[in-house]
Design a protein. Structure first.
Lengths: 642, 176
């Protein structure tokens, strides 16, 4: 709007003015170009009539200060937060296994070379297609599969740390990438296990035997190495399991160079101190010995230490447990199918090693439950392997042969009398010896060698061999195994126990697997119960009973594990009216005690072995003092027998 | 197009925004390699337009916020520049007007049906990508991308990661 001048002429209605004016009638004369000039007389007339003069009214107009235009130009107040992924530098790890392994291991460790595939094979990998699981033909199953995402661990507090885990791709697609080839697609619960291990600094993977703890661990290690999270791993396991780990590493992660700590002490020292060894595998005994010699300050550091069969450190005062605790490390993983073999205190030792409880801590049952939730992952076959063929337990109650019966009765009678005579000086050791003697008689008559169990076994084996099946048999003792092997020769029987030199053991397993005429493998619980994969065997015989059902389950699970195509028939020999029947009853009654720690669904490892008082309870031991008959029982706490 | 000239490896950007409970928008951009492994992640602080801006920008407010305010800022902030930026919110295509890196919309079936001449569709992995027909660089980038991405790759998945990360950032921010 412009300033304007308005003439107040409300009375102005002169015809001459309106008719002669070319513009609007209210405009002043000067603004109407074609208007006729008003005469002086008229002006005077107007003046008299309105008694006023022309009043200029000036309106100064400007933009209304609404603030809106300012808002249009105002910049948004915007900040950015830069979150550099931990990964950014290390996502493509500096350590390239394909590059370093030849250089390092080809020159230094000939033993490690066998696990490195030749280069030509590696090149073929590029042609490989993405992995497909063996069991995914069913379209419903495929749809059900949910991607497994990494979750930030509870102790990751900073945003950067949490985002690091949240932004990782689902494990499935990670593993499908051609960088990480897998021979088989893992099961969904295994993906979960791998994801859990990946994000845990302290972890106890306690899956039931046969669910693939080894594979989950190897893949977890592989992903951590690939993502640059770890550089150096130490895996400790019992000596007989080392070849098994070598084999599994080769199978699941062929590109990872595995170095065995073996040889004489000088050579082992050299290996311990060797740089650029991503994965070292050692047995507990040599680790304990070597680290004691080195002294605490010289023990090599590791990014991750894995204890296989971690129940080996259940006694926290043992040399092995102490040595394992002394290893400087960033991550601690323990693997065991039987986290509790005897008492819940054993868990405390594992937690102490995992550094989640202070040294010498004695968490109570409630605290153990809390710790278990955070640091233990345990799945049972019932829960996850719904498609695993069933395991059929078939107790075989047998009567002793006459010769055995006679020997048994005599031994029991004499033994009990002997014990009773000893009165209060009796110890659990004395009772234990009697139990062992009696158990041996239920296996074989010491004089004639008669055995009702062997008779039954022979009959069963005729049928199994005729149908081309394979069976494994477990016994507590190695000597009877050799005796049996002689009598059962015609079934292609092989023997595998602690007396067999380590080098000969693998060929025996190989022969049992591949020789169609080999139908029976005789094993001792001590050597054969852990770590072996014998899922091609459909029959398991427990010739005598172990003290602890957890160990028996370990043994049975050599056959009843992933890969088993048929049902597994487990025959447990129990001789009627003998010590075996009584032991079986006691063990069966004990399956409730530890259920609370590991939760429902666990049916295997809560059982305890026999305690001193339970061993005493196997016999009716009484001492006669004058007219009074007193029951004999241990006076104070005594360690369990097994 | 190789944004930083240092590597020919394919780098994909996944840009999305979430709305905070108070109505503010927070954007995140994740750059991954062709295996989906994360290389870099940037996210914004919450952006909330005031009432005046809401009134004056009208229907152009959201594209403006998603494309120019949030998207452009994040792309400029990235140390590792992606070869191709994927978006899942249609309105964020505004970003294409402000950067030279090609931007493509991850389309679902319904969107494909509605497609018009200004967009071109291309199958990449399991998904279809739509991009501006006029943007020649986009066509080249998407053709390169489709060669390197396996047929069963799900390009929608990384958006879930970004959303989860943004939610985590909001959660952490509000707990401070």
């Amino acid at each position: 709007m412009e300033s304007s001048e308005i003439k107040l002429n409300s009375e102005r209605n002169t015809p001459s003015a309106t008719s002669s004016s070319g513009g609007p009638h209210f405009l002043p004369q000067s603004l109407v170009p074609n208007s006729v000039p008003i005469s002086q007389a008229d002006r005077e007339l107007f003046k008299q009539q309105i008694d006023s003069d022309i009043v200029p009214l000036l309106f100064s107009t400007s933009v209304f200060a609404s603030g809106m235009n300012g808002a249009l130009t105002r910049k948004f107040n915007l900040e950015t937060t830069s979150v550099d992924l931990l990964e950014r530098a290390g996502t493509l790890p500096k350590w390239k296994p394909t590059r370093t392994r030849v250089k390092t291991f080809g020159m230094t460790f000939p033993d490690g070379m066998e696990f490195i595939p030749p280069k030509a094979e590696k090149e073929q990998d590029t042609e490989l297609t993405p992995i497909k699981g063996p069991e995914v033909a069913d379209s419903e199953k495929t749809e059900r599969k949910k991607p497994t995402r990494l979750k930030p661990p509870a102790n990751a507090l900073s945003l950067e740390d949490r985002l690091f885990y949240l932004l990782q791709p689902p494990l499935q697609s990670w593993l499908e990438g051609q960088e990480l080839l897998m021979p088989f697609e893992p099961f969904p619960y295994q993906y979960e296990g791998i994801a859990w291990l990946f994000s845990q600094k302290s972890a106890l993977l306690a899956d039931e035997m046969g669910l693939g703890k080894t594979m989950q661990t190897i893949t977890g290690i592989r992903l951590l190495l690939r993502s640059g999270q770890i550089r150096r791993v130490l895996l400790l396991c019992p000596k007989p399991l080392i070849p098994n780990w070598q084999r599994e590493f080769k199978f699941w992660a062929e590109e990872l160079p595995v170095t065995l700590v073996q040889g004489d002490s000088n050579r082992r020292k050299l290996i311990w101190e060797m740089p650029n060894t991503p994965i070292l595998v050692a047995n507990y005994e040599s680790m304990a010995r070597d680290f004691e010699t080195m002294g605490e300050e010289n023990i090599p550091r590791f990014d991750l230490v894995v204890l296989d069969e971690a129940q080996r450190i259940k006694n926290r005062d043992s040399r092995t447990a102490e040595a394992a605790r002394s290893i400087p490390r960033k991550r601690s993983w323990a693997l065991t199918g039987t986290p509790i073999e005897n008492r819940h205190e054993e868990m405390a030792s594992l937690f102490e090693w995992m550094e989640v409880v202070p040294p010498r801590a004695t968490p109570d049952l409630r605290q153990l439950q809390v710790l278990s939730k955070e640091f233990i992952l345990r799945r049972t076959k019932d829960l996850v392997m719904t498609d695993l063929p069933p395991r059929l337990d078939r107790p075989a109650y047998l009567d002793l042969n006459p010769a055995q019966q006679h020997a048994y009765d005599t031994a029991e009678k004499d033994g009990v009398i002997q014990l009773n005579e000893m009165g209060d000086s009796i110890t659990v050791q004395h009772v234990f010896e009697l139990v062992l003697r009696l158990k041996q008689i239920t296996n074989f008559d010491p004089v004639t060698g008669d055995s009702s169990k062997l008779d039954r076994l022979e009959a069963d084996m005729e049928e199994i061999a005729a149908s081309g099946g394979k069976a494994i048999l477990f016994s507590q003792w190695t000597k009877p195994l050799d005796l049996m092997a002689e009598r059962l020769k015609r079934f292609g029987t092989l023997v595998y126990h602690g007396g067999i030199p380590t080098k000969q053991r693998e060929p025996i397993l190989d022969q049992f697997k591949h020789d169609p005429d080999s139908h029976l493998l005789l094993m001792s619980y001590g050597t054969g119960a852990v770590g072996l994969n014998l899922q091609f065997a459909g029959y398991v015989f427990l010739f005598d009973r172990w003290w602890n059902p957890a160990i028996e389950d370990q043994a049975i699970n050599r056959a009843h594990r992933i890969g088993q195509k048929t049902q597994v028939i487990v025959t447990k020999f129990i001789c009627n009216n003998t010590i075996e029947e009584r032991i079986d009853m006691v063990l069966e009654q004990k399956r409730e005690l530890f259920r609370s720690i590991l939760g429902d669904g666990d049916t295997t490892c809560e059982s305890r072995s026999l305690t001193a008082s339970e061993i005493f309870g196997l016999f009716d031991l009484k001492q006669k003092k004058g007219d009074v008959t007193k029951k004999i029982a241990p006076q104070a706490y005594q360690k369990p027998a097994a | 197009m190789v944004a930083d000239g240092s590597s020919n490896e394919l780098r994909l950007g996944f840009l999305t925004t979430i709305e905070c409970p108070d109505g503010a928008l927070i954007g995140g951009l994740l750059v991954t390699n062709h295996f989906g492994r994360p290389l870099e992640f940037q996210c914004t602080t919450p952006v909330k337009p005031n009432r005046t801006q809401e009134v004056l920008y009208g229907p152009t407010l959201v594209p403006f916020l998603l494309g120019e305010v949030i998207g452009r800022t994040l792309v400029e902030k990235m140390n590792i520049k992606p070869n191709l930026i994927l978006i899942e919110q249609e309105l964020a295509i505004e970003l294409q007007n402000h950067i030279s890196i090609p931007v493509a919309i991850l389309s679902d079936v319904a969107q494909i049906l509605e497609e018009n001449d200004s967009f071109v569709c291309e199958q990449v992995g399991k998904n279809r990508l739509r991009f501006d027909a006029c943007h020649q660089a986009g066509k080249t980038a998407i053709e390169n991308t489709s060669k390197k991405i396996p047929g069963d790759a799900d390009l929608g998945e990384p958006f879930e990661r970004v959303r989860e990360a943004l939610n985590e950032a909001v959660k952490m921010g509000s707990s401070r």
